[in-house]
Design a protein around this ligand. Structure first.
Ligand SMILES: [Zn+2]
Length: 362
């Protein structure tokens, strides 16, 4: 017994697949049912490449107990699933709490790769958030912890010091060695760069630049050339401009960074750089469609913004990025073609996850 589906991708011809248990198979004479999907457009699932499952909003960065963070995770994880976000990359937190995501029932959470506690030197990030590692201890720290981090290491690249503005947290040579050590342990490195550490991050071989409003054209070329990723988190940057005030020094810096992002996104698309959508707590869990729209508003085409919030992330982490026989039966259907208007990602009509219908709009 298998169930037949018609898959109409945003580009290319429609085709049929069948669901057999949790997997897609080629349609054959075992088909006994059909779900009418030929009038919809299909994606392999949405993806959020900068989530923090242990927290529910940016208010929570002020401090949560370990118990509260652990209690949040099943709830925030499910919020993604029911909006069609079937893959998340969790970019760390104040502790290693998020690592328990990987122990939860795979049917009740998105596919996940997670970073544990965020790494920064004393004074290099919010107080009591993450683990303090001084530059001369960074390589050792990563060598001894990389294999226990859920696939990712999250380093804070820069942070403002009073009277001095943003300062890079780690020198380039140490960062370069730390990244090499992480890679040899099979982990990827993501670096928070809100100011000018992005160029060092790119030079050091960091896999994913988080925020990165001041990436240079040369950085984009280098990152694209070696298959790196950029997660601009526009919603998060807008949030901080609102909080700090557009006329404050921080607000002005973020505003100029957003202006730069608006120039960089079309170039990134032209270069084939992997741009990924990330909600980063400024956008509620599951609502990655909002960031996809912002990426479009800041210069990506509707097509590229859709890919940034869906197949690009699957492709980047090596998961199947298409609906095809042999792959796990994951597919999300939309009423319009997102390559024409990315805002439709906010309105999934049917979500099938591991062969089971999760949510169908009435
Ligand atoms: Zn973040």
């Amino acid at each position: 017994m298998t169930t037949l589906l018609t898959i109409r991708p945003p580009e290319g011809d429609s085709y049929q697949v069948a669901i057999d248990g949790t997997r897609f198979v080629a349609p054959d004479d075992r088909v006994t049912a059909e779900i009418a999907t030929g009038h919809l457009w299909a994606l392999p699932g949405l993806a959020d490449a900068h989530a923090h499952l242990s927290m529910t909003s940016l208010e929570d960065i002020k401090g949560l107990s370990e118990d509260k963070m652990r209690a949040n995770i099943p709830v925030t994880a499910w919020a993604h699933i029911e909006r069609g976000v079937l893959l998340i990359l969790d970019k760390g937190g104040s502790t290693d709490a998020t690592l328990i995501t990987l122990d939860h029932d795979a049917d009740l959470r998105p596919y996940a790769e997670v970073a544990g506690a965020m790494i920064h030197p004393a004074g290099g990030y919010m107080v009591n958030f993450g683990v303090e590692v001084e530059p001369d201890a960074l390589v050792h720290h990563i060598r001894t912890t990389a294999t226990t981090r859920g696939g990712w290491i999250k380093i804070v690249g820069d942070w403002p010091r009073r009277g001095e503005g943003p300062i890079n947290n780690y020198p380039l040579d140490i960062l370069t060695e730390a990244v090499a050590v992480a890679h040899s342990a099979g982990a990827r490195v993501a670096m928070h760069s809100m100011a000018h550490s992005a160029s060092d991050a790119v030079a050091a071989g960091v896999d994913s630049i988080e925020h990165g409003p001041f990436l240079t054209e040369e950085d984009l070329r280098l990152l694209a050339g070696r298959g790196g990723a950029w997660v601009p988190t526009i919603g998060n940057m807008q949030h901080w401009i609102n909080v700090l005030g557009a006329d404050s020094s921080g607000g002005k810096m973020f505003k100029s960074g957003l202006d730069r992002t608006g120039e960089n996104l079309p170039l990134a698309e032209e270069l084939g750089l992997t741009v990924l959508a990330g909600s980063d707590l400024a956008i509620p869990h599951g609502e990655i469609a909002t960031e996809a729209r912002l990426l479009r508003d800041y210069g990506l085409t509707n097509r590229a913004a859709t890919i940034a919030a869906s197949s690009a992330a699957y492709d980047y982490v090596g998961r199947p990025d298409s609906v095809a026989p042999g792959n796990t039966a994951d597919v999300v259907f939309f009423p319009e073609n997102p390559y024409n208007d990315v805002t439709v990602l906010d309105n999934p009509e049917l979500i099938i996850r591991r062969g089971t219908t999760v949510h169908a709009a009435s």
